[in-house]
Design a protein around this ligand. Structure first.
Ligand code: COI
Length: 355
């Protein structure tokens, strides 16, 4: 796709938040990328414009039938002054997997990365530099055809917005408490669980609100058929260290194929720590906790990075993990991953893409 990207710069730059104000996803940079799709022209008119509200018809299909997908990735400034993205190709690949599942036309992955790089060049002074901060990037596609027919849209917009962020959880890098959900399910095999689409998150809110009211940061989902196998946490994939072995649920069609999940698997394997991707039942976790072999638990995600889990609540029983403290392996993984992402450690896996 050899389109030129039109650029309209703002004459009204916003005041940047200071680090202490960096709540997740609250502030946005000065510019955004946007491109349109219709059946005749395909994806066309890519442009970078001042950050602004969208003008959409109230009948746009995205509002009624949720035909939309999104991604999340991050940019960092390295100590030697480079701006880098962490594994962006994987996000644009996954965007197209989600697009395919939601019957949305594919975007050109190379062009999307090029557009993101151009946007970043313009707004790179928005990348916060303190430890624990980054520039979170949210590419997304929405169905814009104004029609109430429940059918595939003819028109779309692909948009990229960017937000300077600190920790996703109020707990920061301290362990979070998680409620194991036994009433609701997030996704079922054959559904849209493996796609990054709004409906998965909307479906999770009722359970999450109930868990939050009892002091739990997130919900751990069990599978929708047997109601016993671990799937993922609301905004993260999940890992356990049981008797020296790292285990994480295998990708089964209803779990998100996380970029951080994949990176953690590579790191753990490179350290020769036994590692398994397989079914894990809640009963197995319960037993492991009882006999003292559930050594650590942590979640992984772009927004959450590595988030240690200090407690699981299952059927009103509190399973405290590693004394509610961050475990050694979770800590080593956090330090190594963020060290690579921030350009402070050697990028042995070739994960960083420079502007
Ligand atoms: C991410 O980690 O990038 C996500 O999209 C999760 C979202 C709930 C913030």
């Amino acid at each position: 796709m050899a389109h030129n990207i039109e650029v309209e710069l703002t004459s009204n730059k916003k005041k940047k938040p200071v680090t202490e104000q960096l709540e997740f996803g609250k502030y946005f940079t000065d510019h955004m990328f946007i491109m349109d799709y219709d059946g005749e022209q395909g994806w066309h008119q890519p442009r970078i414009i001042p950050y602004q509200p969208l003008l959409l018809d109230p009948a746009a299909k995205v509002f009624h039938y949720g035909q939309t997908v999104f991604e999340g990735l991050k940019a960092y400034r390295t100590p030697d002054g480079r701006t880098v993205l962490f594994r962006p190709q994987k996000n644009f690949q996954r965007l197209n997997l989600s697009n395919d599942r939601l019957s949305i036309p594919a975007v050109d992955e190379e062009f999307a990365l090029e557009a993101l790089k151009q946007l970043l060049v313009i707004d790179q002074d928005w990348i916060p530099e303190e430890q624990g901060t980054s520039l979170y990037i949210r590419p997304f596609v929405i169905a814009t055809q104004p029609s109430l027919g429940a059918s595939t849209s003819t028109h779309y917009q692909f948009i990229i917005i960017m937000s300077p962020v600190g920790s996703y959880y109020a707990e920061g890098i301290h362990p979070v408490k998680i409620h194991v959900e036994s009433d609701y399910v997030r996704a079922v095999r054959g559904g849209v669980g493996m796609a990054k689409t709004a409906g998965n998150y909307a479906a999770s809110l009722r359970a999450q609100d109930t868990a939050a009211a009892s002091g739990y940061a997130q919900v751990l989902w069990l599978d929708g058929v047997h109601r016993k196998y671990i799937e993922e946490v609301g905004s993260m994939n999940v890992f356990f260290k049981i008797n020296g072995t790292v285990v994480t649920p295998a990708l089964n069609g209803s779990i998100l194929d996380g970029v951080t999940r994949n990176s953690i698997l590579q790191l753990v394997r490179s350290w020769n720590i036994p590692c398994e991707e397989r079914q894990i039942s809640i009963d197995e976790l319960y037993e492991a906790h009882k006999n003292g072999t559930l050594e650590e638990a942590w979640g992984t995600g772009t927004a959450a990075v590595i988030s240690p889990v200090g407690e699981l609540n299952w059927n009103n029983e509190r399973l405290v993990i590693h004394g509610g403290q961050t475990g050694e392996l979770s800590s080593k993984l956090y330090n190594t991953l963020t060290g690579i992402q921030r350009g402070e450690l050697k990028d042995e896996f070739g994960w960083l893409v420079q502007l």
